[in-house]
Every structure is written in C-alpha cells, then in structure tokens.
Write a protein that binds this ligand. Structure first.
Ligand code: MN
Length: 186
C-alpha cells in the first residue's frame, strides 16, 4: 500500500534558525506564486557576503556568494547554497541583532526578475542552473554550477558564473561600483 508522504515545509530550516520575536526578518510562509522574483542582498555579517535569491515554487532559493557577482566569465564566484527563504524576504532590509543567526546589516543590493533557460527543477537537481537576470544592476545570462554536495541536505557549494553575452564587462567591479541600496539609495 502506498501512502502519500506529507509535503515537507521548505521553510523548516529557515524557521528553525530564527526567533521571530527577536529578529526583524519576515517569518513568512510558502506562497502560491508563479512569479520569478530575483534579489541580491548585501549582508554585512561576521563575514561580508551577497545573498542571491531566486523565486521558485513559492519560496526563494538562496545562495551566499562570498565575493559577490562578477561580470567577468573567468571570475567564478563561490556560492554556498543556503536554506530556502520566504518570498517576503525579497524586499527585506534591516539589522539582525547581535547574537542571532546572520547578525549584521542586510541591504537590498539588486532586485528584479529572473528567467530560467531550461527546466529549473532539473537544473537544481542536476547541479546546473542557467538563467537570465532582469535586475536594476545585473542583467544578462548567468549560470550556477554545483561542484560539491548532492543536494541531499549536506553542504552544497556552487559557482556563480557570468555567461558570455553583451553584458560581460571584464573591467567592471560591480560590487565596488554599486555600494548603495536599490531600495533606499543609502
Ligand atoms: Mn546572508
């Protein structure tokens, strides 16, 4: 006899790590949505990094890009997969208090929409996700390529790579060029 297994909450890990009476971050839940929100948050935590978020299945698939994105295809940037985040997180800016998970300032560095080039579910499974970004600061074709981990719970390391197109700029340093918030301008 086959019994249906209950659908696991994709935000379980997100919720486990946080106390919503102490952090200004959204508690949120998985939502019905077919949008393709895209955001990058500059997160000045213990170690500065850039959190890349791509909406899929009502949550934000997430990667912590340690050095941030590069417009140079030869600059492959480490992107450590992190837990799915609620959709409300895509507009979040604020200060996570000392002593709490991710303590430090979160600033919205880029926002817009993304478009998968192939089936994104297969891409996440197989470890290669190719997509177009339509952001205020980043555009064009990008790839996320997994090189460590198999997607079954342990640490997954990916690389964020700019694919060749007319948005390539080998001399630009986008993270240095844009230091302000796309939301507040500060
Ligand atoms: Mn982060």
């Amino acid at each position: 006899m086959v019994r249906p297994t209950p659908q696991a909450d994709p935000l379980r890990r997100y919720k486990e790590k946080r106390r919503f009476d102490r952090t200004p971050e959204p508690s949120g839940r998985q939502r019905k949505s077919d949008d393709r929100l895209y955001a990058i948050q500059k997160h000045d935590a213990r170690r500065l990094h850039y959190d890349l978020r791509l909406e899929l299945d009502g949550v934000l698939k997430s990667w912590a890009v340690t050095k941030g994105p590069s417009l140079d295809p030869s600059e492959k940037r480490l992107a450590v997969r992190t837990e799915d985040h609620p959709l409300d997180y895509a507009t979040f800016e604020g200060r996570i208090p000392e002593g709490h998970y991710g303590a430090g300032t979160v600033m919205l560095w880029d926002r817009g929409y993304w478009e998968p080039v192939d089936d994104p579910h297969e891409g996440l499974d197989r470890g290669k996700l190719v997509f177009e970004l339509h952001g205020q600061r980043l555009q064009g074709r990008w790839a996320l390529v997994r090189f460590r981990g198999d997607g079954r719970g342990k640490r997954e390391d990916w690389l964020l790579i700019k694919e060749r197109d007319d948005k390539v700029d080998r001399d630009a340093d986008v993270t240095a060029a844009f230091g302000s918030s796309v939301a507040s301008g500060r």
